[in-house]
Write a new protein. Structure first.
Length: 318
């Protein structure tokens, strides 16, 4: 069985070893620090025809939930063991209004209940998928978080899927209903023919991110895949002197006008005319870098905690 030692503060693999015939392993000459340990069953399963689930110490499906081992110089840790279980499976089929028999290459993502991604895959040519997971309780999303099992809009609302050791949980299906889209054009006083490269974000009325796109060279955009309902649209002109805004010429999510989407139709003319924003400037220093700290991210919010702008410090801290 492969056993990996990772530095806890990064994804750097510090060391790797194999268990012996008794299942024992050891890492020698480990420097002082904090580490995660991963027990990988993939190669062992391939060589021996077994079906064990990989895991992180201690009995965790993802690294985010893994226990951290803090090792001092010269210290010996024993009993860092794993009792592997046979994998379970989550299977299902993805269809849509336009493709009622199958949807191929649709992303399927499995999360634990803490919101950590456990595994992801794509549907096959017949719309089916089969995800191998460690026994546990999960939530499943389809597309890019567009639909959660069972037909829910968000992670919090999604139904849980419980998988026992060696169990195949089937019927975790998804049907994408006929959807609508939102389109518009972004201009400004100095660029009346269109502002290119403006990021456009779409949210539902619960402020859940539902879609993303950007403007073309003529300032137009179209974003699809939305179920029937009301949405709010934000325009973010990163790296320019323009100020971000919400439809229709509003400064916050709360004040933004809702946009109604109807399945099978495009809600048009969700436009924006950007204005040049004011500027905030300054300099970031420290006791050890009095001449300026480079590369510090600077975020600007209004008093309602709405994100309004972003920048970073130059080599002189400005």
């Amino acid at each position: 069985m492969d056993v990996y030692l990772y530095d806890e503060s990064s994804w750097y693999m510090v060391d790797w070893t194999l268990t012996d015939a008794s299942g024992a392993y050891s890492f020698d000459r480990v420097e002082g620090g904090s580490y995660n340990i991963f027990f990988s069953a993939d190669d062992f399963n391939s060589e021996n025809g077994t079906n064990y689930a990989s895991e992180w110490y201690e009995d965790r499906a993802t690294r985010n939930g893994a226990d951290v081992l803090t090792v001092a110089w010269g210290e010996h840790f024993a009993g860092i063991d794993a009792t592997l279980q046979r994998s379970g499976r989550i299977t299902g089929r993805v269809t849509s209004a336009s493709s009622p028999q199958d949807v191929e290459n649709e992303p399927v993502v499995i999360y634990d209940l803490a919101g950590n991604c456990v595994t992801w895959l794509y549907t096959e040519i017949d719309g089916h998928y089969a995800a191998q997971v460690k026994p546990g309780v999960y939530k499943v999303s389809f597309g890019y978080g567009e639909i959660w099992y069972e037909g829910k809009a968000t992670f919090m609302e999604a139904d849980q899927v419980s998988v026992a050791e060696g169990q195949t949980v089937s019927g975790i299906d998804c049907h994408f209903p006929d959807t609508g889209s939102i389109s518009g054009r972004v201009t400004s006083a100095s660029e009346p023919n269109g502002v290119e490269g403006v990021d456009v974000f779409v949210y539902d009325l619960g402020y859940n991110h539902m879609g993303y796109g950007w403007t073309e060279s003529d300032g137009t955009y179209e974003i699809g895949g939305f179920a029937s309902g009301e949405y709010k649209v934000e325009f973010r002109p990163w790296g320019t002197d323009y100020a971000s805004e919400w439809y229709q010429d509003k400064r916050s999510f709360e004040d933004a006008d809702p946009v109604t989407v109807t399945p099978g139709q495009t809600t048009q003319n969700v436009d924006a005319v950007l204005e040049v924003g004011g500027k905030i400037s300054g300099r970031v220093t420290s006791a050890t870098e009095p001449n300026g700290v480079e590369g510090v991210d600077v975020f600007v919010y209004d008093l309602g905690y709405n994100h309004m702008g972003y920048g970073w410090t130059e080599s002189d801290g400005t």
